[in-house]
Ligand binder design. Structure first.
Ligand SMILES: C[S@@+](CC[C@H](N)C(=O)[O-])C[C@H]1O[C@@H](n2cnc3c(N)ncnc32)[C@H](O)[C@@H]1O
Length: 342
């Protein structure tokens, strides 16, 4: 298929259209069956005629469909926008097509000129400063990270040997989605999810509201600035999709804080391990484009790492790499230990 420049440029409207449907929850509203435009507008709280324009564009794209009676229905594509789909990317879509696209359109050219991160160019603040001030986008961000974490959670729960582990600490663990999957599969484990104060507060409240007494008893949230300190007490530390949002200097700083926490809890019978989980350029089919996303939301000089980069950062932080394993979703698991404890 020939791709014209104009069709690529129009792609920003395509993604904005899909992003609006994700944000409004159109796929959820159609989950129980077809709906007329009036029923759909009422269900998602939208202006009728505007929603019809949106749905006409989306059905032309094949993201939604219409049946013989003219009612809107989900299509195989829009099913993945349902919140309850096992591989849902509803919130990831809302974030990428919302805040991230907004930031990129507002500041990418200037950021490339100056070699800086886009967020301060577009909004005057870093990503996390922005999220601290916008509760609804912060909520979408946490749920988007949950969408992103889903494929790897099950793989880790199945393949990591947890027999000799009691406490798992997820550093920058967001709303704890990864830990929830691991803890559900391994009843003897306890989890500590370390993140920013605001994220921990929201996640803790959601966990309590869920009424899941088992998880409430085994999963706790600890607010900490991981650039300054990482809590002690883990047999296994995990840091997933975090380091690649930071410059190499900040990444070494975070890794050094994890090493300090691991050292504090180490002993002859306790040899803590760290799993760094990030895309590595050699195993990442989307690395070229992902670097643009790093430019938009990462710290200045955040880039996808090669295996050599991550090995150097881990060594600088005083840890040893024991294995590098490619995983689903373009990720790699880099297992690290304290020197001499392998
Ligand atoms: C890209 S998200 C990854 C979330 C999760 N690990 C995952 O893979 O789904 C980065 C996480 O790091 C957290 N974070 C960013 N800066 C932090 C800081 N200085 N201290 C603690 N957490 C931080 C964010 O709140 C966010 O949850």
């Amino acid at each position: 298929m020939e791709v014209s420049l104009l069709s690529l440029v129009m792609g920003s409207f395509t993604s904005a259209t899909v992003g609006a449907a994700a944000r409004l929850g159109v796929a959820d509203a159609l989950a129980d069956g077809p709906a007329t435009s009036a029923e759909l507008a009422k269900a998602v709280g939208a202006d009728h005629d505007s929603l019809v324009s949106l749905m006409n564009a989306l059905t032309a794209l094949g993201v939604f469909a219409r049946n013989e009676e003219g009612r809107y229905t989900n299509s195989p594509l829009s099913e993945q926008l349902r919140t309850d789909h096992p591989e849902s990317i509803r919130y990831l879509t809302a974030l990428l097509c919302g805040l991230y696209a907004q930031a990129a359109s507002g500041g990418l050219a200037q950021a490339v000129q100056h070699g800086t991160s886009v967020m301060p160019q577009a909004f005057g603040v870093s990503l996390y400063e922005y999220l601290d001030k916008d509760a609804e986008t912060a909520r979408i961000f946490d749920l988007a990270m949950q969408d992103w974490a889903r494929p790897i959670g099950t793989v880790l729960a199945e393949h990591v040997p947890f027999e000799n582990v009691r406490t798992v600490v997820d550093v920058g663990g967001g709303n704890g989605a990864l830990l929830k999957t691991i803890l559900a599969a391994h009843q003897h484990l306890e989890g500590i999810c370390v993140d920013r104060a605001d994220t921990c507060r929201r996640a803790e409240a959601a966990l309590r509201e869920s009424g899941d007494e088992d998880l409430v008893g085994r999963l706790s949230y600890r607010s900490s600035d991981i650039l300054a300190e990482v809590p002690e007490g883990g047999d296994l530390y995990i840091i997933k999709n975090v380091l690649h949002d930071w410059s190499s200097e900040s990444s070494v700083r975070i890794l050094s804080n994890i090493r300090a926490a691991m050292s504090a809890g180490a002993g002859p019978d306790r040899k803590p391990m760290l799993l760094v989980i990030d895309p590595l350029v050699e195993h990442d089919s989307g690395a070229a484009f992902r670097n643009v996303i790093k430019m938009v939301v990462g710290e200045t000089n955040a880039r996808e790492r090669t295996e050599a980069d991550i090995r150097r950062e881990v060594t600088e932080a005083g840890l040893e790499v024991v294995s590098v394993t490619p995983c689903p979703a373009d990720l790699c698991v880099i297992a690290c230990v304290l020197p001499g404890s392998a």
